[in-house]
Design a binder for this molecule. Sequence first.
Ligand code: AMP
Length: 433
Amino acid sequence: MSSAFRQTVRGMRDLLPDEAEKLRSIEESARELGKLYGYREVITPVVEHYELLAAKIGEENRKRMYVFEDLGGRRVALRPEFTASVARLVATKMVSVPQPLRLFSVGSLYRYDEPQFGRYREFWQANYELFGSSKPEADAEILVITDDLLKRIDLRSYHLKINHVGILRGVLDGEGIAEEQQNNVMQLLDKKQWEDALSLVREAGGSQRCLDSLRSLFEIRGREPVQVTHEMGEVIGGFPRALEAVKNLSGILSLAEESGAGIDFYVEAGFARGLEYYTGMIFEIFATEMDIALGGGGRYDKLIELFGGGMVPAVGVAPGIDRMSLALDKQEVVSRESAVERVFVIPVGEDMVSEALKVSSLLRGEGFRTEIEAMGRSVSRALSDADRRGITHAVIVGAREMREGKVVLRDMKERSQETVSLKRLFERIKETQ
Ligand code: AMP
């Protein structure tokens, strides 16, 4: 075999047990949380029609899709996000399901991004979407569930950067600038190219008043939602649709604050996102130690209509599982997995193997993660192996003790051991954890 095959394809990763465990544990938290908020899981295909995925994803992301022709000659692509697939479901198979509709998905996505820290070509996301409500409480719910997920995985220090696309688009609409050109402006803003964005607005026929308002907007940012939204309102006074958007954002932020979640917001008036389908509030998650977003979301009220499903307002969030895991590493958060007991059952000699198998089954029956010594090693060698592998408790099964219905339980951390009856074994493991 050529040595090239010994490596993964560029941008693709093997996740070894420690990493896989971390990702799955975040995934599990995301699933539990979804259920807690009444979101039901949907599983959509990894391969979709190119046109569906390309519809409103934005130029930058469109260029990075894995596109190919299947053997039937269809132009298909690997999904770069969940929203288009879930919106397709809502517009077709779930069109008569009563709203509001709360759906979530968890799985892998594919983008031909340039591989670097936190940027892979295959990555995982959780995704929560609330369909059917255009009320600010729906937006606030998405913000609260996002914050709850970050708390649940024990991330310590983060904030949500937030804005409303209706503010910038409201100003551009007011000048009669076409949607296509607005999208190009948004793409530049997403990359923080403020001056280029202003030049584009000028080229598109934006007036001096509009350019001045935008320039002032781009400078408004801060942690005080009331103050910041007030300042926003002042500079876009001449653009009624933009003003409406500011009011909407301010209402959402008030509700989120009043919910008591204690979310740390950073309102930034010049912040935009590359995805074209957003129509309202937009936000991204940032951990203090990282300058790449851990997740993003917002309101997209026109996507379902685009897919032929009527006017269904929607708001959602996509937290990136890989990046949340990286942030936990940076903040040195110890995985909850490491707090779980791991039991290792060691038979004393070959004669005790079948007894050891029985004891292992009993332990697993009680829910303990249990491995058995499978290499025929002596007790001392098996114990030193257990030490290296993070085992918390060893259960030594010897003939003498077994005759009395007992085993030796060794607490690996304390390096102490006791002889206990099988009946007391489970309790003692829990007590010494
Ligand atoms: P987006 O769908 O672009 O809003 O992205 C939402 C989240 O998905 C980001 O904040 C990241 O956490 C994650 N994400 C997007 N692209 C990548 C990538 N290439 N590698 C790893 N995570 C990604």
